[in-house]
Design a protein around this ligand. Structure first.
Ligand code: NAD
Length: 440
């Protein structure tokens, strides 16, 4: 086809992931694309340039972006980057557009067709394109590894001639994709695992992974739209806090993953609860970028409290497993791009009526086209505020992400609704999600 793909090295130095793999180079070449990967783009994901070359890519430089018909990325391009792209180029990335409307305007002004991968509908057809799931899965795994590394005791029970080491007690709060993988990982390491969620449906999934599900009688089920959680009422919050307070004091490791679409992360662990834990206990707050589930958690830091509890608040947790995360992310992007290729003519053919395209397309033909941004993004001349320095954070999917950075961004009701990926999962989709969170 002669159409070309460019994959830059991420300009954010804290981002170690890369949006292409040798496997997807081969597949994309099979679709007829010429592929150029920027020198050292895969370095931190342990993919050396020669591997990309062996798979059929050329190694190039940042300025090669100007010739590409498609640019594949992890993070939203900066206005400076997007200015170098060809007009009409397709750009696939985790765009984190809420609160970054100036950058969205810059993409429109550059005339690129930008797709926000995190808005991919959670429907069966798009499961293999779901960057939120692929990355949350690895984040859940890594949270347990990080906890184990900070914990100065063993996780499994060990019966030795010199005595018995008791198994660590791990409590996972929030049993979505990340939480289920955290449960599975902690179980594999031999911990005794309990978990809670506000969606009753999560109970069965937790139990199927060999963990005990803890839920208060007062809280029957707080499932919201599309399989996501709704915010609890004050009464429900109180009942949940009572349950957690009693349980948490006996735990060695707590991993929190709770999120609510369009809201800041719910506060689940108070300072008093942290105080009730034994010295040497570990809390990993995976929601820290969205305001945090744990009082006292600090984004990007490991805090040790006066009573010797460590609260781990790493940012970009999937990026801490960069080599694995890149392979899955690259595959997610490939699978979506494949749907936008006419295989007979071997050329790009974007179907503007496709629900996946509609849900993810942010800008096209010089305009902002996503319904949640049409009214909020000002044309680039008016939105010329300098872009803030790239924060070290994972691709966010919800406006609440801004809570972590303390950004006071006013949101419309439409934005809030769109905070969860459009076309969020139907009941029929959930078993597969459980699978992806648990054992994949
Ligand atoms: P999420 O990241 O929005 O939230 C993480 C978890 O936190 C959720 O399980 C949520 O119920 C829980 N939570 C929220 N408030 C809480 C509180 N106060 N206390 C305890 N837990 C709380 O969720 P997710 O991982 O994106 O998964 C959401 C749903 O989407 C699940 O039902 C999942 O099975 C489904 N899903 C479907 C697909 C698909 O169909 N393709 C893919 C992935 C996930």
């Amino acid at each position: 086809m002669g159409q070309s793909i460019f994959v830059p090295k991420e300009v954010d130095v804290t981002e170690g992931r890369v949006a292409i793999s040798p496997e997807t180079v081969k597949r994309l070449a099979g679709l007829g694309f010429d592929i150029v990967v920027e020198k050292n783009a895969g370095e931190q994901s342990r993919i050396v340039d020669s591997e990309f070359e062996k798979a059929g890519a050329k190694i190039g430089k940042a300025s090669d972006a100007s010739k590409a018909d498609v640019v594949l990325k992890l993070r939203r391009p900066t206005p400076a980057e997007v200015k170098t792209y060809k007009k009409g180029a397709l750009v696939l990335a985790s765009m984190d557009p809420y609160g970054n409307e100036g950058d969205v305007a810059a993409m429109a002004a550059a005339g690129v067709t930008a797709f926000a991968m995190e808005f991919m509908p959670r429907i069966t057809r798009a499961q293999s394109m779901d960057v939120l799931s692929s990355q949350a899965n690895l984040a859940g795994y890594r949270a347990v590894i990080d906890a184990a590394a900070e914990y100065d005791r063993a996780l499994p029970m060990m019966m030795t001639a010199a005595g018995t080491v008791p198994a660590a007690k791990v409590f996972v709060m929030g049993a979505g994709v990340a939480g289920l993988q955290a449960i599975a990982t902690a179980r594999r390491l031999g911990a005794v695992v309990t978990a809670t969620d506000v969606r009753a449906a999560a109970g069965e999934q937790v139990q199927s992974l060999g963990a005990k599900f803890i839920m208060t009688e007062a809280l029957k089920d707080a499932s919201g739209d599309g399989g996501y959680a709704r915010e609890l009422t004050d009464e429900e919050k109180k009942a949940q806090a009572e349950l957690v307070a009693e349980h948490i004091a006996k735990q060695d490791i707590v991993i929190t993953t709770a999120l609510i679409p369009g809201r800041p992360a719910p506060r689940l662990v108070s300072t008093d609860m942290v105080k009730s834990m034994k010295p040497g206990s570990i809390i990993v707050d995976l929601a820290v970028e969205r305001g945090g589930n744990v009082e006292g958690a600090k984004a990007g830091e490991v805090v040790t409290t006066a009573n010797g509890v460590k609260i781990v608040g790493h940012l970009n947790v999937p990026g801490r497993v960069a080599a694995s995360a890149s392979l899955l992310y690259a595959k997610n992007l490939y699978t979506f791009l494949e749907t936008m290729v006419d295989k007979e003519k071997k050329e790009l053919a974007v179907d503007m009526e496709d629900e996946l395209v509609k849900a993810t397309m942010l800008t096209h033909d010089g305009k902002v086209v996503h319904p949640n941004f049409v009214d909020t993004v000002k044309p680039v001349a008016k939105a010329a505020a300098p872009r803030k320095a790239p924060a070290r954070k994972a691709p966010a999917r919800k406006p609440a992400a801004k809570a972590a950075a303390g950004a006071a961004t006013k949101k419309t009701a439409a934005q809030k609704t769109a905070a969860k990926p459009a076309g969020a999962s139907s009941a029929a989709d959930k078993p597969a999600a459980a699978k992806s969170g648990g054992e994949s």
